[in-house]
Write a protein that binds this ligand. Structure first.
Ligand SMILES: CC(C)(COP(=O)(O)OP(=O)(O)OC[C@H]1O[C@@H](n2cnc3c(N)ncnc32)[C@H](O)[C@@H]1OP(=O)(O)O)[C@@H](O)C(=O)NCCC(=O)NCCS
Length: 158
């Protein structure tokens, strides 16, 4: 995780957390994450590249809104693997799981308007554009416009 994406400022450019300054930061984060799997409402996956077994990225539910059976997603991946459609494949797979196994009704995600390639991931995974919340987000570059996409259960039947 540290070597492949968490220490790369190009990966974290549009994210809410800074690039890890040492492997100890990554280790501390993983130590915090591991016990959370005991809770049935914690959804956080590592992405493994099948051919090599390398861990190349991460996709997770960053916010679960149980009152409306909804999730908000976040994801990031090693730069060496960008442009192969891997994150849309991961997002589609995770959405299937969240709808079919967890029973959610809505899966959403947002990106900085200046990071359109993340919007492409959402579109390619089948989410629909919902709108732009102006100056509603903050990431490593400062305050930003958030572009929201989502898929709801009834979209899947169509
Ligand atoms: C956003 C991200 C997850 C995309 O994943 P991916 O597996 O590369 O997605 P895709 O291969 O479908 O490419 C998506 C778009 O990225 C752009 N792209 C493709 N190859 C690229 C490359 N080598 N370098 C930069 N951008 C590239 C293209 O615009 C592409 O859209 P297209 O298929 O319509 O041409 C990945 O770039 C990433 O981890 N970025 C840093 C973290 C981040 O921004 N996370 C999202 C926060 S909301």
């Amino acid at each position: 995780m540290y070597a492949n994406w968490a220490s790369d400022p190009e990966v974290t450019r549009f994210l809410t957390w800074p690039a890890h300054s040492s492997v100890d930061v990554t280790k501390a984060l993983l130590t915090d994450w591991i016990p959370r799997y005991e809770d049935g409402g914690y959804f956080n996956w590592a992405m493994e590249y099948k051919n090599t077994g390398k861990v190349i990225g991460n996709i997770s539910v960053v916010k679960l809104i149980e009152s409306i059976d909804a999730a908000e997603m976040g994801y990031c991946m090693s730069r060496a693997y960008w442009g192969q459609g891997l994150m849309p494949e991961a997002l589609r797979t995770v959405m299937d799981y969240l709808f079919d196994v967890v029973g959610l009704n809505r899966v959403a995600a947002c990106h900085d308007a200046n990071n359109p390639k993340s919007g492409r991931v959402m579109e390619k995974a089948g989410m629909k554009l919902e709108g732009i919340l102006r100056a509603a987000g903050k990431n490593n570059l400062g305050i930003c416009d958030d572009v929201w996409h989502a898929m709801i259960r009834s979209d899947r039947k169509k």
